[in-house]
Design a protein around this ligand. Sequence first.
Ligand code: FMN
Length: 279
Amino acid sequence: MDALTPTDIQDKKAALARRYGAALPPAGPWNETIATLLDHRSVRGFLSDPVPPGTLETLIAAAQSAATSSNMQLWSAIAVTDPAKRKVLAEIAGDQKHIEQCPLYLAFVADMSRNERMSQAEQVTFENLPYLETFMVACIDAALAAQNAVVAAESLGLRTVYIGAMRNDPARVHELLGLPPKAFVVFGLCVGYADPASKNEVKPRLPQSTVLHHERYDAAPEVRDRPVYDAEMAQFSARNEMQATTWTARMRNRMGPLKAMNGRERIRATLAKLGFEIR
Ligand SMILES: Cc1cc2nc3c(=O)[nH]c(=O)nc-3n(C[C@H](O)[C@H](O)[C@H](O)COP(=O)(O)O)c2cc1C
């Protein structure tokens, strides 16, 4: 998938229709950045073409430009090129082959270890480190940084897919990447050029009536609009040869049985072993 053409950028109605199907919100202000955002789709088939020189550093500059809570910058990224390591990471992620295939793989780390080292060097106890709040900040910082990298990559005509399945076995990932205590891979990110042979349609989202509230939370539109979205996702699934049909069916599969967590239900205990106290 190449960068957007001038026609794509101008065609806001088409972009909104791809994102929402029939439940089209009114078109508002528009520009190239918004067109790029609305054109997002995860890609799971990559060409072997390398990313241009300097791309990694540009993506990291974009990532570091994200807002970060109190400028604490509680995240790091690890670029993994070693094929043997990629193979293990793909296995951990339930054999997600794109981890081995993509030219650039980044592991995003919720990283409290740097500030822990600072606390030791400065001989000051950072009393706030063991609290859930700080762990949440580290995860939020990592996610915001990664999403900036995603937007930057997509603006360059590259495609990406997040790999939350790093959390299937965080201890093994931790060891493989030589992380210190209080550092944890929240997710990985595959980056590269989309293989034109793989299906990469824009995936519709819930109607705005379901996620956008005015003044007060209102769950009432869900009853009316979930079937609308289910129908939209059923058509999307059929076009893209995906297993479950409706969104409801997919959520039942993903959130119903504990086995769908693929080991992530043990994450709290693992985090404790990785040095996160989380009070
Ligand atoms: C934190 C996070 C973790 C994800 N983990 C995976 C993953 O392990 N494997 C995968 O194929 N997709 C993964 N995804 C991609 C989502 O499945 C995808 O974003 C979602 O289905 C919406 O599709 P879209 O990105 O094409 O719009 C992840 C996305 C996020 C945000």
